[in-house]
Design a protein around this ligand. Structure first.
Ligand SMILES: Cc1ncc(COP(=O)(O)O)c(C=O)c1O
Length: 470
């Protein structure tokens, strides 16, 4: 059913037209004038009707889609996604009573991005173009298809200020695959390599490194990451060190430039390969990202590990390495030996998407959505004295530290009973004393789901603090 939209925009108002339009659409949905059976007009048609540019309508649709009020169904148009009866407002009397929707889990697991890219027209077009290309009968080159490596080299130059040659890029099946590849490369010159990791840090990386045969040692770090004076004080040195300097995972700080330079100097002096996990630097909300370690002047061996898991989706299982020098040659050789795990057709589609600017536009849209959800987190939780919000400068997750009166693990358990999946900060610590808190991923849920989940979590915390739940 096509929606009739009696919308009037106030051109004299200081409120931007896109924000006004988003507000009118939101009101119409909340009043029940716009309902789930309604398809919204195409952006070009509505723009013509309202006498505004198409960009105004696109921004308004994007804004309230991100809030969960609308869903895009590709060529079938954009529909209203909200059932008012699910949110406490009665449905209009004439409408037949809808069956209550099954209760869906709200997933706040960190690291999950929004599902938007797969509904993106440009993404579909990139795949159509890939499918139309002549079928190859041999597997793709081990280090990746030249078109994707070249597209990524340009993309990293524009988005990350990295001067990268396509020959410096190795396509991987994501960070876990990259770590296995790196351990294989390190093993080619010695026995089981020793790899230092951050504590707290990415549990999957610890697990994968160990499974690949590395001897993993967890080094305690603070919010801003590894401190070089701590590394200097250690008697032993590793073969490699895995770091998240742009956004310490999960605590959220960033390694200052001075510390980065000192780290590179330490790595060069001790012949340590630095593995820079640059997992979400595209999503900065407050400050500009600092230069990647891989872009700083140094003779240290630095391998930058990138992934499409946050910018697009972990469903793709695709990422890349930026490699140089002797470490780079060893990694490329190991890739030749292991063969590529990444399908040629996926690489082709990604190359089309990156080259056509689709990825950059998707990242810009996702950044706006995440910034909105981050603001929602601050709005809901920022004023409470019993909670401390952190890790909000960038990325897709935040940390909520709890005071001693409430155990985060009990909150996680109780939240699950209310169909909210959230994780405890404790699980990120290997050996260091764990902190009491929650890690909240805000990439995947809509604004409405996030708001609802935060209401549930805060109600649980309040009840536990008051001793109402044993
Ligand atoms: C710290 C960190 N690095 C990298 C990744 C991406 O891993 P992959 O590319 O294997 O999906 C994640 C995903 O959650 C992560 O949290």
């Amino acid at each position: 059913m096509k929606a009739e939209l009696p919308i009037v925009l106030d051109r004299a108002s200081p409120v931007p037209l896109a924000a006004q339009l988003a507000g009118r659409l939101r009101e119409a949905i909340l009043e029940g004038t716009l309902r789930p059976e309604h398809t919204l007009p195409a952006s070009r048609r509505l723009a013509d009707e309202l006498g505004v540019s198409r960009g105004v309508v696109v921004r308004a649709y994007e804004q309230i889609s991100g809030e969960g009020y609308l869903e895009s169904r590709g060529s079938a148009g954009t529909r209203v996604a909200v059932r008012l009866d699910g949110y406490g407002t009665p449905a209009p009397k004439a409408a037949p009573k809808p069956a209550s929707p099954p209760k869906a889990m709200i997933d706040l697991t960190p690291g999950r991005p929004s599902g938007e890219p797969f509904r993106d027209r440009e993404w579909r077009a990139a795949w159509r173009k890939a499918i139309a290309e002549p079928v190859q009968i041999q597997p793709p080159p081990a280090s990746g298809m030249p078109a994707l490596r070249a597209a990524l080299a340009r993309h990293l130059g524009a988005s990350r200020g990295l001067t990268v040659d396509a020959a410096d890029i190795v396509i991987t099946a994501g960070t876990s695959d990259a770590l296995q590849l790196i351990v294989t490369a390190l093993r080619s010159t010695a026995g089981a390599p020793r790899v230092f990791v951050e504590d707290p840090g990415y549990p999957t990386a610890r697990r994968v490194l160990k499974a690949a045969g590395a001897l993993v040692e967890a080094i305690p770090v603070g919010e801003d990451g590894t401190k070089v004076r701590r590394l200097n004080a250690l008697r032993s040195r590793p073969d490699a060190i895995l770091l998240t300097p742009s956004h310490q995972y999960p605590l959220g700080g960033r390694m200052p430039v001075q510390e980065r330079l000192a780290l590179l100097e330490w790595a060069e002096r001790n012949h340590v390969t630095v593995l820079e996990d640059d997992y979400d630097s595209e999503f900065r909300h407050t400050r500009m990202p600092l230069p990647a370690l891989a872009s700083l002047p140094s003779n240290a061996e630095v391998v930058l590990i990138g992934s499409f898991s946050k910018t697009l989706s972990p469903w793709l299982r695709c990422g890349y390495l930026v490699v140089r020098g002797a470490a780079g040659e060893r990694i490329k050789r190991a890739r030749e030996e292991l063969d590529t795990p990444v399908s040629g057709i996926l690489q082709s589609a990604l190359a089309n998407y990156v080259d056509g600017g689709g990825l950059a536009r998707h990242i810009a849209r996702a950044r706006r959505q995440y910034a909105h959800r981050r603001a929602l987190m601050i709005d809901r939780l920022g004023a409470r004295d019993d909670l401390k919000l952190a890790a909000l400068d960038g990325g897709l997750h935040a940390i909520v530290r709890l005071d001693g009166s409430v155990d985060a693990r009990a909150v996680v358990e109780e939240a699950l009973k209310h169909d909210v999946c959230v994780v405890a900060l404790e699980g990120y610590f290997a050996e260091a004393a764990p902190e009491n808190g929650l890690v909240i991923g805000y990439g995947a849920p809509s604004d409405l789901q996030l708001a609802r989940a935060l209401d549930i979590i805060t109600a649980i915390i309040d009840r536990k603090a008051n001793g109402a739940i044993a």
